[in-house]
Every structure is written in structure tokens, then in C-alpha cells.
Design a protein around this ligand. Structure first.
Ligand code: HEC
Ligand code: HEC
Length: 283
């Protein structure tokens, strides 16, 4: 994002040909904060004491475990075992501060604390612990096709739009999370920290409204402002309401139009989870 100030600055600099190259650099400094120049050479994590690592563990429990699981082996977010070894300390720092995909930027802890967390995550060690889905993804793809998932979800652009895209779901969610989610989608809905009104859960907020003349509608909220609310039902129909014409508006966080798939056999469920886990997009 280029602010007026940086454009102005860039223009001033452009005035003097010798400084022309500094223009874009000046603008870049206005961007999101970069990882701090870490104290001298070397790696801030190497300087941590055992007490720092212990602190990092507590901070992890408070700031990361809700998504990455208490032992970091993944849940709503992916397994983090081996991630520091794979992405490097700076790489992990950048993800924590900048967020990525379904992970929001974490700004509740200062830099020193982030390094402590990374120090702890590094102790989780190599990728060996990554949870593997035991099922067969090829059979799972058939289960997906046979159960109408595509009426609501799309993969690589094919399918419905009632629910979220699943194109990279295997990168974002651990198999154990997918498994329990399919059995009880309302219990542990996916979270998106940018939506505080739904306690951080996704934009798929289910709303039930009753009009003054007694008709009721349930759908996923598409839009809402002070005066109007727009819903989309499972059939894909849009409804727009003037709030003054509504008797009640009930928001139902924790409820979802996604059915529970308790009717699947244990094998089908495992294969389906294996298929979903294999969806990682082109990387
Ligand atoms: C609200 C849930 C949530 C919280 C809280 C959260 N994460 Fe994440 N994290 C995710 C999700 C989801 C992804 C996968 C993002 C993607 O690739 O699209 C992710 C990805 C990551 C990755 C990249 C993993 C990889 O294999 O590339 C790292 C590293 C990471 N998180 C570290 C952390 C740390 C450390 C914390 C705590 C300071 C934290 N996260 C807090 C949800 C969360
Ligand atoms: C009637 C529509 C509908 C059908 C059918 C449906 N889903 Fe969903 N699904 C949703 C909605 C809506 C959500 C978002 C959950 C929420 O926040 O309400 C969702 C969420 C999900 C998620 C979690 C996404 C995330 O970001 O964590 C997965 C995984 C998923 N569905 C898989 C499936 C599979 C597999 C099937 C078929 C066996 C299926 N769904 C069938 C509507 C549907």
C-alpha cells in the first residue's frame, strides 16, 4: 500500500536523479513491519536460556495451542513439528507476525516473546511426528463424490459455494481435526480471528430471521449493515431484508448448515479424511 506521504517522498527523491532509486525503497519502508534486525549476527533463538524455552512453552499454550494443538501436532492449524527446521527461525517469525492463509497475524505478544515461542517450537523437533491420515485418498475421493460434498464445496474451482473452498484444506487442517469435524461440524467450527462477532469463527454465520408478517428464513449471512441483512440459503437463493421489516434476527454461532456425517462407515470416513488431507494445492 502506497500512502500519499510515501508518494510525495518518492517524488521529492525522484527530483534528484541520483536518488531516483531510493523512491521505491522509501515506499517499502511504509509497508508492514519487517522482522527486526536480530541482535548482531546469528540467530536469536540460539541465545535463549532454558527458562526462555519454558516461557515459550507457556506462551505457545496461550497463543498457538488453540489452533495447533496442545503439543503442536496440529488441529485447526497444521502440525508444527519440524517447521522451524524446515522454514528457519526467521521464516516462522514472519508467519507469526504476518499471518498466512487461515492463520491471522499474532500481535498479542512482543518480539522477544515470539522468539521464545519459536525456541520452544524448535524443540518439538523433526518432521517425524507428522500425523498421517491412515486411509486411502483414492477411495476417499469416491466417498466425497458420493456424498454430495460438491454441492456446497469446491475443489480447484469445481463445485458449490455454500461452504468454504477445500482446495488446500490438507495444508490448513490436521487429519484429526477433519475427522472430528465431519462427525460434528457445529462443535468445533473453523475459526477466522478476523470475525470477532462470531467468536473468531468463519464467515459462515447462520442467521434465522422472522419477518413482521410471520415468514421465517434461515441462511448464511452474506452481508449486513445497520439497516439491511442479506442471507443465502442452502439452495443458493439470496434474500435481502430491511431490518425494520423484521420481527427477530437470531444469529446462531456454533450452528452450521454443514451436515454431520455420522452415517459414514469407519472406513469411508478414514478414506475421506485421507482424501481431504491430500488436498494441498500446488506448492
Ligand atoms: C486461529 C488459529 C491459529 C493460531 C492462533 C495460530 N495459528 Fe499458526 N496456522 C494456522 C493455520 C490455519 C495455518 C495454515 C495456514 C496456511 O498454510 O494456509 C497456520 C500455519 C502456521 C505455520 C506454517 C506451517 C507450515 O507448515 O508451513 C506456522 C509456523 C505457524 N502457523 C505458527 C504459529 C505459532 C507459533 C502460533 C502462536 C504464536 C500460531 N501459529 C497461532 C492457524 C493458527
Ligand atoms: C449443505 C452444504 C454442505 C454440505 C453438503 C457439506 N458441507 Fe462442508 N461445510 C459447509 C459449510 C457452510 C461449512 C463452514 C462451516 C461453518 O463455519 O459453518 C463447511 C465446512 C467444511 C469443512 C471445514 C473447512 C475448514 O476451513 O476447516 C470441511 C473439511 C468440510 N466442510 C468438508 C465437507 C465434506 C467432506 C462434505 C461431504 C462429505 C461436506 N463438507 C458437505 C457446508 C456443507
Amino acid at each position: 500500500m502506497i500512502s500519499f506521504r510515501s508518494l510525495f517522498l518518492a517524488c521529492v527523491l525522484c527530483g534528484a536523479a541520483a536518488f531516483a532509486l531510493n523512491g521505491p525503497r522509501a515506499a517499502a519502508q511504509e509497508g508492514p513491519p519487517q522482522p527486526p534486525p536480530t541482535a548482531g549476527q546469528g540467530n536469536p533463538v540460539d541465545k535463549l536460556t532454558p527458562a526462555d524455552i519454558a516461557m515459550g512453552k507457556e506462551l505457545f499454550a496461550a497463543n498457538c495451542a488453540s489452533c495447533h494443538g496442545p503439543d503442536g501436532s496440529g488441529q485447526l492449524g497444521p502440525n508444527l513439528h519440524g517447521v522451524v527446521q524446515r522454514l528457519g527461525e526467521q521464516g516462522v517469525f514472519a508467519i507469526v507476525r504476518g499471518g498466512r492463509g487461515a492463520m491471522p497475524p499474532i500481535s498479542s505478544i512482543n518480539d522477544a516473546r515470539v522468539w521464545q515461542v519459536i525456541g520452544y517450537v524448535r524443540t518439538l523437533g523433526g518432521a517425524g511426528a507428522e500425523e498421517k491420515a491412515p486411509g486411502d485418498p483414492v477411495k476417499g475421493k469416491e466417498v466425497y463424490a458420493a456424498n454430495g460434498c460438491a454441492t456446497c464445496h469446491s475443489i480447484d474451482g469445481v463445485g458449490g459455494t455454500v461452504g468454504p473452498q477445500l482446495t488446500v484444506i490438507g495444508r490448513e487442517r490436521a487429519p484429526s481435526y477433519l475427522h472430528s469435524f465431519l462427525l460434528d461440524p457445529g462443535k468445533n467450527p473453523p475459526s477466522d480471528a478476523t470475525l470477532p462477532e462470531r467468536a473468531g469463527n468463519t464467515g459462515y454465520l447462520l442467521v434465522h430471521v422472522v419477518t413482521k408478517d410471520g415468514k421465517d428464513f434461515t441462511g448464511i449471512r452474506v452481508n449486513e449493515d445497520t439497516f439491511t441483512i442479506e442471507l443465502r440459503d442452502v439452495g443458493g437463493h439470496f434474500y435481502s431484508f430491511d431490518k425494520s421489516q423484521l420481527r427477530t434476527i437470531e444469529r446462531e454461532p456454533g450452528k452450521t448448515v454443514m451436515p454431520s456425517y455420522t452415517n459414514l462407515s469407519a472406513d469411508d470416513l478414514e478414506n475421506l479424511v485421507a482424501y481431504l488431507s491430500s488436498l494441498k494445492g500446488a506448492q
